[in-house]
Write a protein that binds this ligand. Structure first.
Ligand SMILES: [Zn+2]
Length: 924
């Protein structure tokens, strides 16, 4: 694929799901709700919450409207139709997605929105019914139903192209190799007019990269462009088949026995007796069968979403299980799985993870590539636990961890929260809450115990529980003070980074209200009110609505609202996050939105704002107050990757042309307005790196015969012509400035890839400087890129693939006469002991200053804000880099204007904004 040069890491972008989908324009509701709007002395439960980017309300509570009938789904549908003016929901576009029946007989009817028969991603509308038959009433309703969808419903790009794009969306080349895309068919992504997309789940063959995860990719099926992409841990959708091996198990007789726990203490266990008189860790005393396997150190991949043919539950010749059953963690896993089941059934009336008494299976003591695995996860079907290491105990020991991971399974079967941004952080928060609630309840730990709020505190072999704990629910974090705007590529947009903001509020409720009441409240919100795309404020409203339906009194509801207030979860919290940058355009979508700026004029592509579905190019003045202007035509194509020289904007349009053939076209238009001009159209051809300088327009074009990309140039409006490269050479990272075209050229020498930043004179028609980087890193390889022309020099970045080594910024004379290091490889700024090398993800330069984005580290559960990319600036003549901005969240795609002014994409405010600063902030 030619992706990497054209889209310099679309995975580096992203934030809240609403921003990803281009949601966020509040539309006033079509009516004043039956319970009235909020006022100063208002009921803590809002009667009506307007939807975002839709005329359908997010929540309507306080109803008691008759909805007679024996079929709840039919009654709910008739109710929505009878109050069409209130809900703005077209019931012909609703497909029934299940009826949840609570223990007390209440019913929640779930509908999935369709657009022309195609499911709308994450759009669920719920109706809550009480009473029976003739006395049946609607108590509340709400969710997400998008009223503005006009997206096409017919795919115009061939299946095979969409599949290739989906696999190409995986950034890591090692992960992409051998990856396969499972096709889930068409969906409509909400946001404005919506986008018709094909949904794929991409999984790879390399277990080192792909163990226990997959990537969800949505490719715009009207234009052929990745519209949304994020990683998932438990890659199975609803309707998971029960573990086959459990179903095929031989007939067992229930029995009881004794097994040592991880510390060797004898514990009573429910077991199963085989016909041959031996025993297994199979608990048959519950509606759901609880089974525990001991992998005895085998590879995690042998058990991930499967079981080896010879696998059998942990076994014993007698009812006294051997010592290994304890040291492997099997006994603890067995007891914890039963405790999780009992908590959900006895306390909340839920029959297991799937609500249908499906088997609860655990596998303990797996390893990963022969190394100890210090982790645990729900693979969509069962629990998998690492056997621990010198540092950690077997992960099945921690009941809160077991409860946390199995609660992810419950979420999958109820709210189906999308594992990205705020909805993903909600998923984590609910797992945190119930994980800890299960532990303290089943072990009799009082809420006043200072360690009650710790998660995973039992796992360390040494150290105190406080230092061992992964997270703590009493960390008092709040949105405005602590929300970390992370990109989709880091921790799925901050799902762990931000979870305790919400789980902290839920835990405060549990400490203040009666714990049982709090558990029922949070569970009702999860099972009956939340929908897949909900954000933090939606969760607040869902919990309050659940509280009203549970019969909480006014004081109790005030307590609940107060807990959310204390964590800053209330309307408009994003506006209270402090930033030191000035916004130019807010709430961009997050794929393919790379900005550019020159001479005080900026351009950017976005699918949000007024864009009709697909991407559109906008432009504006850095200093001006005028509204941004839309530059691209509304022709059903996607318009992305714009560039400007301050006078002209250029970009690439993608999609079927007037002749119906799919392709890409380079377009140009004066920023001051005027006609759109076609520079070049490639049918079935990927074009990239569109650049402009005066009357010159350059871009990357693949050679039809070899598929390798090379530069093409159009001068003074003449047709574009390719610039011939030596045989076997390819170009990437184009830069164009005042008659000079620069790129990074690469070719193979044996097994090695050689790269060379190169300068070409358009007037002379030849290469005038080339700096060959022939691998000082002896075979390990070096990534060379970010070619820039500034201050009469050629600049580029060299980053060794060996991650223990750092990036260097180099500069070369334009006549090829010599190289200097502008910024030698050094430690990552702020990395304390200087142990960590600097990794640069993007470079930009003016005639005075160089600005670079530091790459974020790979996402793990332990990601911190310091791991997010930040911008640094130094003089073009060299010097010490200073922080460009002290904004808290991720900072991406810097582009230099004049002097020290830089424009970039900033995720701090919980969405992606295009922002600007005039000079570096210094130290933060
Ligand atoms: Zn989790």
């Amino acid at each position: 694929m030619h992706h990497r040069s054209r889209t310099p890491g679309p995975k580096l972008l992203g934030v809240a799901i609403a921003a990803v989908l281009g949601l966020g324009v509040a539309v006033p509701p079509a009516f004043a709700g039956p319970a009235g709007g909020p006022s100063a002395d208002a009921d803590p439960v809002p009667g009506l919450v307007a939807g975002s980017d839709t005329a359908a309300p997010q929540l309507v509570t306080g109803l008691a409207e008759a909805a007679p009938g024996d079929n709840p789904a039919e009654a709910a549908r008739a109710h929505l139709a009878a109050h069409q003016d209130r809900y703005q929901v077209d019931t012909a576009q609703l497909a029934e997605a299940g009826v949840e029946r609570a223990a007390d007989g209440r019913r929640t009817v779930r509908f999935e929105q369709r657009h022309g028969g195609i499911p709308v991603f994450g759009a669920r509308y719920l109706v809550h019914l009480v009473g029976e038959g003739a006395g049946q009433r609607v108590e509340s309703a709400g969710g997400k139903y998008f009223t503005g969808l006009t997206a096409p419903t017919v795919q115009s790009v061939p299946d095979e192209v969409l599949r290739r794009l989906a696999i190409g969306a995986v950034q890591d080349p090692a992960a992409r190799a051998g990856a396969a895309a499972e096709d889930h068919g068409l969906v409509v992504l909400p946001g404005g007019a919506g986008r018709l997309a094909r949904h794929f789940t991409v999984r790879g063959s390399d277990p080192a990269v792909w163990a226990a995860k997959a990537q969800e990719v949505f490719v715009d099926a009207a234009v052929g462009q990745v519209a949304l992409s994020y990683e998932v841990r438990a890659p199975y959708p609803l309707g998971v088949p029960a573990v086959a091996a459990a179903a095929a198990a031989p007939a067992l007789e229930p029995a009881t026995g004794t097994a040592p726990d991880v510390l060797g203490r004898p514990a009573r266990v429910n077991i199963g007796r085989l016909p041959d008189g031996t025993y297994q860790l199979v608990d048959l005393t519950r509606p759901a069968t609880v089974t525990t396997y001991d992998a005895a150190g085998r590879e995690v991949m042998d058990y991930d979403r499967t079981l080896p043919a010879d696998a059998h539950p942990a076994a014993s010749a007698t009812t006294e299980f051997p010592a290994t059953t304890g040291t492997s963690g099997a006994t603890d896993a067995h007891l914890n799985a039963a405790a999780v089941y009992d908590f959900y059934r006895d306390r909340l009336g839920r029959d297991g993870i799937d609500g249908k008494a499906g088997p609860i299976t655990s596998v303990v003591n797996v390893t990963s590539f022969g190394e100890p695995m210090d982790n645990a996860y729900w693979d969509g079907q069962k629990m998998i636990y690492g056997g621990g290491s010198g540092k950690y105990r077997p992960f099945s020991v921690a009941r809160d961890v077991a409860g946390h991971e199995m609660t992810h399974g419950v979420v999958k079967h109820t709210a189906e929260l999308v594992y990205l941004g705020q909805s993903g952080a909600l998923d984590e928060a609910l797992a945190d809450y119930f994980g800890n609630a299960i532990e303290v309840t089943s072990r009799g730990i009082p809420m006043t115990d200072p360690r009650a709020a710790l998660l995973g505190e039992d796992l360390c072999r040494t150290g105190t529980p406080e230092t061992c704990a992964d997270r703590r629910l009493d960390d008092r974090r709040s949105t405005a003070a602590d929300y970390i705007g992370a990109p989709a590529g880091v921790d799925n947009g901050g799902v762990h980074l931000n979870s305790t903001i919400v789980s902290g509020a839920l835990w405060d409720i549990r400490r203040t209200l009666d714990p049982l009441l709090a558990d029922r409240l949070v569970y009702r919100a999860l099972a009956e009110y939340l929908t897949p795309l909900d954000d933090f404020v939606d969760a607040r409203n869902a919990v309050l609505a659940a509280g009203r339906s549970l019969g909480l009194d006014r004081a109790q509801l005030r307590t609940v609202a107060g807990a959310f207030d204390a964590h800053g979860i209330k309307d408009g919290w994003q506006r209270r996050i402090g930033v030191d940058s000035r916004p130019l355009l807010r709430d961009l979508s997050t794929e393919s939105v790379t900005p550019d700026v020159a001479a005080g004029r900026w351009v950017v592509a976005t699918a949000g704002k007024g864009a009709k579905g697909s991407m559109a190019v906008y432009g504006g003045a850095v200093g001006g107050s005028a509204e941004p202007a839309r530059l691209s035509p509304e022709d059903g194509r996607s318009h992305s990757w714009p560039a400007t020289d301050g006078t002209t904007a250029v970009w690439a349009a993608m999609g079927p042309g007037a002749d119906g053939a799919w392709g890409m076209e380079v377009l140009a238009r004066p920023l001051a307005g005027g006609p759109v001009r076609s520079v070049h159209r490639g049918v079935n051809q990927y074009l990239g790196d569109v650049r402009v300088s005066g009357a010159d327009i350059a871009f990357l074009m693949p050679d039809h015969a070899t598929g390798r990309s090379g530069p093409a140039i159009s001068r003074d409006g003449a047709p574009a012509v390719p610039i011939a490269l030596p045989e076997g050479h390819a170009a990437a990272a184009l830069a164009l400035h005042d008659g000079l075209l620069a790129w990074t050229e690469s070719w193979q020498v044996g097994e090695r890839t050689v790269s060379a930043p190169t300068v070409y004179s358009l007037a002379a028609g030849k290469v005038v400087a080339q700096y060959v980087v022939d691998d000082a890193n002896a075979g390990a390889g070096t990534e060379v890129g970010s070619t820039r022309l500034a201050g009469g020099r050629l600049l580029w970045v060299e980053t060794p693939y060996d991650r223990t080594k750092g990036s260097t910024i180099r500069s070369g004379a334009l006549d090829g006469s010599g190289v200097t290091d502008l910024l030698p490889a050094g430690p990552r700024p702020g990395s304390g002991a200087g142990s960590e090398p600097r990794r640069i993800a993007g470079l930009t330069a003016s005639d005075r200053a160089v600005t670079f984005a530091e790459a974020g580290r790979r996402a793990t559960g332990g990601t911190k804000n310091t791991d997010l990319p930040k911008l640094w600036q130094l003089p073009l003549t060299g010097g010490t880099p200073e922080r460009m901005s002290c904004n808290r969240g991720g900072q991406y795609f810097p582009v230099a204007d004049r002097g020290t002014r830089v424009v970039w994409l900033d995720a701090t405010a919980g969405r992606t904004d295009l922002v600007v600063r005039e000079r570096a902030a210094g130290t933060c």
